[in-house]
Design a protein around this ligand. Structure first.
Ligand code: LHQ
Length: 264
């Protein structure tokens, strides 16, 4: 059975982490399959959103710790897997020119938690939990966690999550602004599918630019951000989707967006 299930739908793809017996912990084959699937989705002009979820009762429990068991005196280079697998994964997700929806169906722990937070929209089943489990095993939050957490929930809550490593419920996560929404367990996948179906018909080029602008805002000052908005809006403003959006508004009909890119 494949460690990653890839399903092509009309206008989007569904990636299901498929190591349910380990709550979908990351191992090398899963990393490789995931990165290949993200690259393929990014290269496919007809793909306008990605839905990522987990098989079984967990979303992702982070690094597979069975691969990390050390003999006395031995050191498994944690840094290497960041350089080779986790950091490229976060970069690839952030660079995709369309929205990535994480449907967190169960526990998201360690790298699994920060992997979810690296997606654009996080929907979570009400029974799901988010845990920065790193402190339990003597590591620091990685996979972008120390960058995403304070920006999403502020320093006080980021410190609490990182230092206490206690599970945060989906409802708490929603009320803190860590995620977009907690939904009833039975509704999670249909809600995530509905969102991706919406994105599959959205002005994708503009959404990709909005994603870029928001990411850059995390380190830009206002002046730099105004300049960036100017540059990106010039691009969005020369897209066929913008012309269609305005025309559809005036004609009082639903816009039909192609999602097509405009060259910079
Ligand atoms: C697992 C795992 C797991 C293997 C559950 N591995 N088997 C980056 C760079 C370099 C180095 C290292 O790490 C990283 C990033 C990281 O992600 S570090 C953090 C790694 N993750 C964790 O520390 C979380 C470990 N897991 C847990 O704390 C619990 O399993 C959670 C809270 C996720 C879920 O608890 P429960 O719902 O009580 O489930 P469980 O513990 O009974 O797990 C079910 C099975 O899954 C169990 O196997 P078994 O054969 O006993 O049924 C676990 O051993 C296995 N499993 N997580 N990460």
């Amino acid at each position: 059975m494949s460690v990653l299930l890839v399903e092509k739908r009309d206008g989007y793809r569904v990636l299901t982490l498929n190591r349910p017996e380990r709550l979908n912990a990351f191992n090398v084959p899963l990393h490789e399959a995931l990165q290949a699937a993200i690259d393929e989705a990014g290269a496919d002009e007809s793909c306008r959103a990605l839905l990522i979820t987990g098989a079984g009762r967990g979303f992702c429990s982070g690094q597979d710790l069975h691969d990390r068991l050390m003999k006395p005196g031995e050191a498994v280079a944690a840094g290497q897997s960041l350089l080779k697998h986790y950091n490229p994964l976060v970069r690839k997700l952030r660079a995709l020119p369309f929205p990535v929806v994480a449907a967190v169906n169960g526990v998201a722990a360690g790298a699994g938690c920060n992997f979810a937070l690296a997606c654009d929209i996080v929907l979570a089943a009400r029974s799901a939990t988010f845990v920065e489990a790193f402190a339990r095993i003597g590591l620091i939050p990685d996979v972008g966690g120390t960058w995403f957490l304070p920006r999403l929930v502020g320093l006080a809550r980021a410190r609490g999550m990182a230092l206490l490593a206690e599970p945060i419920s989906a409802e708490q996560a929603e009320s803190w602004g860590l995620i977009w929404k907690a939904v009833d367990d039975g509704q999670l996948i249909s809600e995530a599918e509905k969102m991706c179906e919406h994105f599959a018909k959205a002005p994708t080029f503009a959404l990709g630019l909005a994603k870029r602008a928001l990411d850059a805002s995390m380190s830009n000052d206002l002046e730099a951000q105004l300049q960036l908005e100017y540059e990106l809006q010039k691009l969005a403003g020369s897209s066929a989707d913008y012309a269609e959006g305005v025309r559809a508004f005036i004609e009082k009909r639903k816009a039909v967006f192609s999602g097509a890119k405009v060259k910079a």
